[in-house]
Ligand binder design. Sequence first.
Ligand code: 5GP
Ligand code: MG
Ligand code: MG
Length: 193
Amino acid sequence: MDLNSHIEKILWTDQEISQRVSELASQITQDFSTNSDSSSSSSAPIIVGVATGAFLFLADLVRKIQLPISVDFVRIESYGSGTVSCGKPKITCDLKIDVRDKHVIVVEDIVDTGSTLSFLIEYLKSKGSLSVSVCTLLDKPARRKVNFELVGSGKFYCGFECPDYFVVGYGLDFAELYRNLPYVGVLKPELYQ
Ligand code: 5GP
Ligand code: MG
Ligand code: MG
């Protein structure tokens, strides 16, 4: 099976993604270096990846962030295996690291309706995070249904604004396939309709 033949068009190539990831990492490095005692590990931000979609983005991003950081993952599900959300998000695999009094940077593949993110931010807030920032590879603002508020001095970082297509690749799946494509592209509609 040639995965590339399932793609109607490429939206961002691996080179474009890599360039943008470098820019995001520099911005994060700069913003979090100004934290009062950024050299001590107690103020090191915790990068919380939302599994599974964020795994490639997170791996590339953290290698370019020049700060002491910790990495953890949370698994949140609401989508099932289709292309439309089904119901409320729930945590199906919890964090290992205690986020109390820590700066957290949530790393997401894509913000679509916003329900996953707003749920996760509220969860991190309830766990006592000092601040919650969000770094998402893609944002589809046209589909937003739930607004989210960052916590404390949290910032919003976004790689690219995504048009209203169902996209796959660079971590994003359809029915758990296509995550390993090195680029982000639009799946041929006949494959999911
Ligand atoms: P939200 O809760 O914001 O509606 O959706 C968040 C999750 O839905 C994303 O983290 C992602 O896993 C999935 N999702 C939303 N839009 C897309 C898309 O265009 N392609 C893929 N593969 N997943 C998507
Ligand atoms: Mg996700
Ligand atoms: Mg998915």
